[in-house]
Design a protein around this ligand. Structure first.
Ligand SMILES: [Zn+2]
Length: 633
């Protein structure tokens, strides 16, 4: 049985038309609203939500581009999938979510624009142009030269100003997502500018990427304060989307253009881009960056896999292998478990999180050999051979010997195991530059173990173990990067390469899943999405287990649990409808826990009902970790 829960707007409409009737019926009728029906034994429910997407143009004039070219790219909706199983050609768990978009297009009025650009001017700190603006000037075909001084503008402050002034344009930023397309160029008060975020220090190294690196001076930002993201093609040019490079369309030499949006002044006759392409380009950014990667993205892994049993904890257990014997300090000196626990607890506060570390100094011979094989320094037989690549050696070794490293946790805990090597450049061999990866089980895209690497040479570049650990456990619990993802209507998975090279722009958002290193937290977009995944997942899981409970001859003995679960489910559904996703996730988890307790009392399994999978892999999953981008800057 499939059921669709309708959106808030629908419910509001019904409720307002019933307002007269409600005056004469008992208030309990409210709790029986169709949009919060509680649990439904055995049903797989798709929770549908109407999602307003506001496109606000600030500094653009109507007529600067053809709005229909933009609209042609806008999807009607989005149904998230679990991405990794799809790489094997198998369907992941049905996420039970469907978003239906309603687009609102707003042109900022003069008063708003004057105030906004005044504000930008007032917070801009003058400085010399960045290396990448200078590189742009050095291009042969650039249409103008950036001139000093350049304004350095705090990105989160800009985000906040736009969000808190949106009401002046009748744009509602709370229950919906908003993109501000900014264009300062052409106004008399224009100055060359770039955005910054400089308030985050790496917890292990104290390194400030936002301050120190020209490659971290950006043109877009959002997700620090709310559900908004701004994108300014009159800023930069910048490094991260390589839009300074206007002489050579093909950046990696593979014969395909690496499609990127140049600075706004390059949309001109003789510029890098045909001015007629502007509408299409803003549509591409709306769909393939903002919607697919930030607002309603698909998870990399099934977030329910890392679910503890009722009363169980989520544990991050780090096995640190000390392979830099020449040093007094060890890898665990650059792993801040309080930071790891705090950030993950902030993402999923409805779990009890715990962390632990175990220092292997020196590593056992098998762990050392595994590193040697993985880094292609040792040519040896190993368990990797059945997978055909030495990249599998980490997974298969630690999978086969798991109990030798991680043990002693109660059965109800979910343990995310992180195998970390503190190494040297020489010992990392062919994998030099790799920070970590969240591997799957090499069968069907189920998350398995996390691997992380650290070295003095990495620390010299700003990287310790803590950020990497949070990032990789973020993957393990489900989250994708903000620079790769899935397009629901086209059924296409993509990353920042070739025609979708501009997807790098998604990294310019508040998320530790970004490669920019500008934040240690899971921002608003991560929180919204994780909470919605958990909400729909736990309610459907509870529905599955509940079917067994109600069919049991002693079902009446656990009725109190079922009633409590039902109440929690209704509260969760109300919260979901009101865009209070944190509460929605928390109460959905509570509903599941109550049903699971009832099931355990009756001796019924609480295992997730896994859809029948015929393992006939049709694709080769990408096996690549998280590298250091821009090691030189
Ligand atoms: Zn990653």
């Amino acid at each position: 049985m499939n059921r669709v829960i309708r959106s808030t707007q629908w419910r509001r409409l019904v409720l307002s038309s019933l307002v007269l009737a409600l005056l004469i019926v008992p208030s309990v009728a409210l709790a029986q609203s169709d949009s919060s029906p509680g649990l439904e034994p055995g049903a797989h429910v798709t929770y549908e939500q109407r999602v307003p997407i506001n496109l606000v143009f600030v500094g653009y004039d109507q007529g600067d581009f053809n709005m229909n070219d933009l609209k042609d790219w806008l999807p009607d909706g989005y149904a998230p999938i679990v991405r990794y199983p799809a790489f094997y050609g198998v369907a992941g768990r049905d996420m039970g979510l469907q978003f239906d978009f309603k687009y609102n297009i707003t042109w900022a009025n003069n008063s708003f624009e004057n105030d906004f650009f005044d504000y930008l001017g007032s917070i801009a700190t003058p400085g010399p142009m960045t290396d990448f603006q200078a590189l742009y000037n050095d291009q042969a075909s650039n249409v103008l030269d950036v001139t000093d001084p350049v304004g350095y503008i705090d990105a989160p402050s800009t985000e906040q100003w736009l969000m808190s002034n949106a009401h002046r344009l009748d744009v509602e930023t709370g229950m919906g997502y908003t993109i501000f397309f900014i264009n300062w160029y052409g106004r008399p008060d224009f100055q060359f500018h770039i955005y910054t975020k400089t308030d985050y220090l790496d917890p292990d190294t104290g390194y400030n990427f936002g301050e120190a690196r020209a490659s971290r001076k950006i043109i877009a930002w959002g997700g620090s304060h709310g559900r908004t993201w701004f994108y300014d093609l009159s800023a930069g040019p910048e490094a991260w989307t390589d839009n300074w490079a206007v002489d050579f369309p093909d950046l990696d030499g593979n014969g395909e253009e690496d499609y990127r949006m140049p600075p706004i002044w390059e949309y001109t006759a003789g510029g890098y881009r045909d001015p007629a392409a502007l509408g299409q380009d803003l549509g591409l950014v709306t769909r393939l960056v903002a919607i697919n990667l930030l607002f309603t993205p698909s998870p990399l892994y099934d977030p329910l896999v890392s679910s503890p049993a009722p009363d169980g904890r989520k544990v991050v257990h780090v096995e640190m292998f000390e392979s830099d014997a020449g040093r007094r300090e060890v890898g665990t000196d650059y792993l801040d478990l309080d930071f790891v626990q705090n950030e993950l607890s902030a993402l999923q506060p409805y779990f009890e999180w715990a962390t632990a570390e175990d220092l292997n100094r020196p590593p056992d011979i098998q762990a050392r050999r595994t590193l040697g094989i993985f880094s292609d320094r040792l040519s040896r037989h190993g368990c990797w051979e059945q997978f055909g690549t030495t990249f599998a050696q980490m997974f298969c070794h630690f999978d086969a010997n798991y109990g030798n490293y991680v043990s002693g946790y109660p059965a109800g805990d979910y343990v995310a195991s992180v195998f970390s090597y503190h190494v040297t450049e020489r010992r990392l061999g062919s994998q030099w530059g790799l920070l970590g990866f969240a591997d799957d089980n090499w069968v069907d895209g189920t998350p398995s173990y996390v691997f992380a690497f650290g070295a003095q040479e990495y620390r010299d570049l700003g990287y310790g173990f803590s950020d990497t650990t949070v990032h990789e456990v973020g993957h393990h619990t489900g989250l994708s990067h903000p620079h790769d993802g899935y397009d629901s209507e086209m059924g296409v998975d993509y990353g920042p390469a070739d025609f979708t090279y501009f997807a790098w722009a998604g990294d310019e958002s508040d998320s530790i899943m970004s490669y920019l290193g500008l934040t240690g937290r899971f921002g608003v977009f991560n929180q919204d999405n994780m909470n919605r995944y958990q909400f729909a997942g736990y309610l459907n899981w509870a529905n599955q287990v509940l079917a067994g409970v109600v069919a049991h001859p002693d079902a009446d003995t656990v009725q109190a649990y079922v009633d409590a679960a039902d109440a929690a489910a209704m509260t969760a559904q109300d919260a979901f409808n009101n865009w209070e996703y944190g509460a929605a996730a928390m109460y959905a988890r509570e509903a599941y826990e109550q049903i699971a307790r009832a099931a355990m009392e009756l001796g019924i399994s609480t295992e997730r009902v896994v859809p029948m999978r015929v393992i006939t892999p049709t694709g080769t999953p990408p096996k690549e970790g998280d590298p250091i981008r821009f090691p030189d800057n």
